[in-house]
Every structure is written in C-alpha cells, then in structure tokens.
Design a protein around this ligand. Sequence first.
Ligand code: SF4
Length: 294
Amino acid sequence: MKTVLQVGPMIPAEWIEAHGFRARAAVPAAAPDAQMGQCAWAHAVAVLAEKGGGGDNLVVAASCDQMRRAMANPSVAGKEGVFLMSLPATWQTPASRRLYEGELRRLGRFLVSRGGLMPTPERLRQAMRRCASRRRRVAGGRTCPPGKIPLALVGGPWLENQRAILERIQFHGGWVALDGMENGERSCPAPFDEKGMRQNPFRELARAYFDVVPDVFRRPNDRLFDWLGENCEKRGVRGVLVIRQVWCDLWHAETPRIRDCAGAPLLDLDLAAEGLTPGGRTDARLQAFLETLR
Ligand code: SF4
C-alpha cells in the first residue's frame, strides 16, 4: 500500500485511507540553509517537497504565510506527488466550510490521479471507524506515574531532532499529561456521529474536523484557549510548555493568552532548528522550570 505523508492540521487520515493509501504524519529533520527569519519547519517541509516527498506522496495544508511562501518557491511549486491544500482562516460561515469541503474533494482528485481508488460511502465509513478505534486505543490508560509532574505541551509542529525534548522532560521528572502539539490529541476530530455517518459520511467527516479542531490560525481562535483550559483542569496539569519554532509569529503572539487561560505556570520554549542539547541553555531552562513545580 502506498503512503501519503501529511503536513499540517485538518487533513483527515480517514479521507486518505478511503482512497486506498496509508496516511502518516511527516516528521522531517531540520534542513540546512534556513534563512534568518524563516520558520525551520516550513523550510524543512519545502526541502522534503523539493524531493517530491522522498518517494511518498506529500499533502501539505498551509495555514500560515511562512508555509505558503515556502511552498510557492519555484523549486517546489507544481512538483509531482505534492499537493498543497488551502485552509480557510475563518470558520464561522457556511462559505468557509464549503471551501474546506471543496479542498477535500480536490485532495480526493489528486489521490485518484496518484493511483488511488474512488471512495464509496461505505469505504469512507469503514476508514472512519478504523481511525476512530485507533485514536481510542492511543488515548486510553493515561495516568501520571507517581512522583512525576503532569505537564501540557502546546504548540505547532516540531522537527524530528526537536523531539529530544520529550526525553529531557522525563529525565527532569516531568510527564506529558496533555499533548496539544500539532498531530497530538489537539488535532483529533470530534467523535463521529453514527447517524451523520449513515446519512452522509463525507459531510460528517468535514464537520468533525472543520467544526471542532482548535488551532492558533483559526479566527477567532477562542476554541484553542477553551480546549486548553478545560483539558488542563481535567488532567490535573501543573505546568504548561509552549513549544514553538523561533520564527513562528502565530504561536509567539498567542503565548501571553495561553498563559492567562492555562491556569498553571508556563514556560515558553522557542526551539532552534538544531533542537535541544542535554545540558544546553534550553535544557537548563526546562530543568529550572520543573524544579519550581516540585
Ligand atoms: S510553525 Fe508557525 S510559522 Fe512554521 S509553518 Fe507552522 S504556523 Fe507557520
């Protein structure tokens, strides 16, 4: 089975699977030669797109100017096997939902052009049930081990080499109780409604993603703060880590508001492309933050 790599929020894995592909979130490592002021993530994705997805098909949902600019580079634009999906920033009008549904249908045509199957409603329903059951399995059994400090992570996407921070969190006595990063539980759709699935699975899929997934780029973005406040309380979170790319203005601008709504102390970590070195400056800040929470 061929693989489709996904970059960005609100790309339904169900829709990809219903076309006969395996869906997987892309996690590129930092690419060399990022310019000053350029988001390291957008740059790494553009480099992956230049290589045509490295052998897999690549679907990129652009939700910010940095990503749109990176994907408009002549060495990337129109590359075979790469699909750029537009996400409307507003969500409260029927027109913006129609735009999103239109983009999903355009994605479907791209997948068929890449050798995929036309999905029948039943095929889509089966993919929705499969993905929902996978998510339930992943979500189960989250109990903070004794002696560890429950933390929430919140932010956008992160590079493969930046994920070393997960190991450092554990090392310093923290535990991830809430994953609000892109591709974490924040990006999950609402549970599917059986009646909606029977009547029109495509509509139900679009509803579960478009009407529900909170993100920083969506205007207004109050849902992100509601989601965070509610889940921090539910999971007993004692500290919040905002993890963002150095040149990401979207997450940087919202950090003060996240601080206000989280109801717990917050550490703002802007990660350089090379990630985190044990004993380095970022690691020391993380350690000091966890010490204050003991
Ligand atoms: S991390 Fe920020 S700047 Fe980079 S692509 Fe995502 S939203 Fe855009």
